[in-house]
Write a protein that binds this ligand. Structure first.
Ligand SMILES: Nc1ncnc2c1ncn2[C@@H]1O[C@H](COP(=O)(O)OP(=O)(O)OP(=O)(O)O)[C@@H](O)[C@H]1O
Length: 230
């Protein structure tokens, strides 16, 4: 469903991704691991067209996206939850969800499924986004990406700075979505136990290159921890 080949990305003259190859099979949960600053967020941004990617290929459901604008990628069915979540603090929870529909060009409404996945949001529809806790904002950000029924959901460090009970809730949602089988999920993470719980396949990035990959069930924790240690 997603096939990335020889992707390069630049900030000015600085080459941050160097010939990255990643395959994500439909219905799978795939994770990209790696220590701080190796290029993981840049990789996700490159999928959304948010950084300069002069070379390489991003085939999504048979279509080349490398030259598509960000809004076109969203309309093709990619939902993106950036690191830090980017909730609109002055807008209500409900308005934040409506923006998720708008960004994906969807004419549908916020359906009840969202509140089955995130019951806490239903009780907070009229609260300002900025008044929510970090964990609630993360749930809102994921819900905002899910309202338009994306085919691919991209999450950048969803557990970062989140309390353990909410991490559990987010893990439960990912596993439920995976079980239903209508969505494919790509996660950047540094929290290995979380990934071992939710992901099918992993990649490890170092200095803008993929240096290891495999089935999560076969992961060698010690080796991966070593690669992720600072
Ligand atoms: N907007 C930017 N302009 C210039 N350099 C940047 C920019 N954003 C990131 N970088 C640099 O690109 C490199 C990769 O950053 P990136 O955020 O992709 O790493 P990461 O693996 O996601 O790390 P983290 O987990 O800390 O977010 C780093 O050296 C970073 O300093």
């Amino acid at each position: 469903m997603l096939s990335v080949k020889n992707l390069e990305a630049f900030y000015g003259e600085s080459n941050v991704l160097n010939k990255v190859n990643i395959e994500v099979a439909a219905g799978n949960v795939v994770c990209l691991l790696g220590r701080n600053g190796v290029g993981k967020s840049t990789f996700l941004k490159s999928l959304m067209g948010l950084v300069n990617t002069p070379r390489g290929s991003i085939i999504f459901n048979g279509q080349e996206l490398i030259n598509s604008a960000t809004y076109q990628r969203a309309r093709q069915g990619i939902g993106y939850v950036p690191q830090g979540r980017d909730i609109f603090p002055q807008l209500t929870v409900y308005e934040n969800l409506l923006i998720g529909l708008e960004m994906a060009g969807s004419k549908s409404q916020v359906c009840d499924k969202i509140f089955t996945l995130f019951p806490i949001l239903k009780t907070m529809l009229n609260r300002k986004g900025g008044d929510l806790s970090g964990g609630q904002q993360q749930q809102l950000a994921i819900a905002r990406a899910l309202v338009a029924n994306p085919k691919l959901l991209i999450l950048d460090e969803p557990t970062e700075g989140i309390q353990p009970s909410v991490i559990k809730d987010i893990g439960r949602v990912i596993k439920q979505l995976r079980q239903e089988g209508n969505i494919t999920i790509l996660i950047v993470e540094q929290y290995l136990e979380f990934i071992m719980d939710v992901a099918d396949y992993y990649y490890v990035m170092e200095k803008g290159q993929i240096v290891a990959e495999g089935l999560t069930k076969d992961i060698n924790q010690e080796e991966i921890q070593k690669r992720m240690a600072v």
